[in-house]
Unconditional design. Structure first.
Length: 143
């Protein structure tokens, strides 16, 4: 299952490529949140009001999470071990951001139980990417 002349399995590189695409969506979502690009989906007035209550530190955690994860994903594709600490940084920021969203904001009042879906998905994918980078370092795929 390895590419010719490579010690890194093809599936691991594919995970890295999918991670780059996933994190590009995250960057676009962040840029839409701060008004740099059009949002991926139009927001209801209630969602706009909720978005206006997000503290600067949560927006900062969002930025660090998506940009460090994108860089980590690119480094994973390039077989660089620096991906692991960047995925960890991203995961810590995701947990902080999603913790605020789930437990402090009124997201559930605005979106109902659906408010739990994306935070859990994003956190789960972040944890899986960090785990994959650990595996990559331990097996020598990330150097």
């Amino acid at each position: 299952m390895n590419a010719l002349g490579s010690s890194t399995p093809v599936w691991f590189r594919l995970v890295g490529i999918v991670a780059v695409l996933w994190n590009l969506i995250g960057v676009w979502t962040y840029l839409g949140h701060v008004g740099a690009v059009p949002p991926m989906q139009p927001m209801t007035p209630e969602q706009q009001a909720l978005s206006a209550t997000v503290p600067a530190w949560v927006v900062g955690a969002f930025a660090i999470a998506v940009f460090s994860a994108l860089l980590a994903s690119v480094l994973m594709v390039m077989s660089r071990a620096l991906a692991r600490p960047l995925f960890l940084l991203s995961l810590v920021c995701v947990v902080a951001q999603m913790g605020w969203t789930l437990f402090v904001s009124n997201a559930r009042a605005v979106e109902g139980n659906a408010a739990f879906v994306m935070p859990l998905v994003v956190t789960g994918i972040g944890a899986l990417l960090y785990w994959a980078s650990n595996v990559g370092v331990k097996r020598g795929w990330l150097r």
